[in-house]
Write a protein that binds this ligand. Structure first.
Ligand SMILES: [Zn+2]
Ligand SMILES: [Zn+2]
Length: 218
């Protein structure tokens, strides 16, 4: 199945300008089978998201984008701590050892090779330097591409994946209309819950997909 692992709605993510209904319309228009909602450091109440998914007639799976000591980390599955207390990467890894929690590193080279970094005069890192980051080898999958990352970031990430191969996913990181599903992940199983998704990601049987062409008006 094809799933978008990373998307934001307004007003739960104040950087987003779109709604759950619009994200679902875009993902559906691109032929996806499911969409994850990953707001910053906050989760939708499970029953509210399930109700919305039913009303829209489309599988929507809960996740969260956590702000950690190594930057953003996407988490799928149960988390033990209240989110307002914050998470360090090592705490997430410890929880993932004991439960069905999957961790994905989004925009993995943003601080090294993102638009702002390059504008600030940074030289893009060698792939070996990216592969040497703690988070590169410790999370379950790397986000290889999204609508919020540049072609340079995609190239640096791809080079690091060649040096130090890891399971890789695609995800839209949609913050606006028409973006959801532009990048997606192919799973070799069908999932309908965060725990099942976490198991699928942890299995490593994931593949990034860029959906082409964008559907007009989606
Ligand atoms: Zn992020
Ligand atoms: Zn995001």
């Amino acid at each position: 199945m094809l799933i978008d692992l990373h998307a934001h709605t307004a007003p739960r993510s104040n950087c987003s300008t779109t709604t759950l209904a619009e994200l679902v319309a875009s993902a559906r228009g691109r032929g996806l089978d499911a969409l994850c909602i990953t707001e910053h450091d906050v989760r939708w109440p499970d029953d509210e998201l399930a109700d919305a998914s039913r009303a829209l007639g489309f599988p929507v799976i809960p996740g969260v984008e956590l702000t950690t000591d190594v930057g953003h980390v996407l988490a799928f599955g149960p988390l033990a701590k209240p989110l307002w207390m914050g998470y360090r990467l090592e705490e997430l890894l410890a929880e993932a050892e004991h439960g069905p929690l999957a961790l994905v590193l989004p925009h993995p080279v943003r601080h090294l090779a993102g638009a702002r970094a390059i504008k600030g005069g940074r030289t893009p890192p060698a792939p070996e330097a990216v592969a040497a980051l703690d988070q590169w080898s410790s999370v379950h999958a790397i986000e290889a591409a999204s609508t919020q990352t540049t072609e340079l970031e995609h190239a640096v990430t791809a080079a690091a994946l060649r040096v130090a191969p890891r399971p890789a996913v695609g995800a839209s990181d949609a913050h606006g209309p028409g973006r959801a599903g532009a990048f997606a992940t192919r799973l070799d199983v069908r999932v309908d819950s965060a725990v099942a998704l976490a198991e699928a990601i942890r299995s490593g049987h994931v593949e990034p997909v860029r959906t082409e062409p964008p559907v007009a008006g989606a």
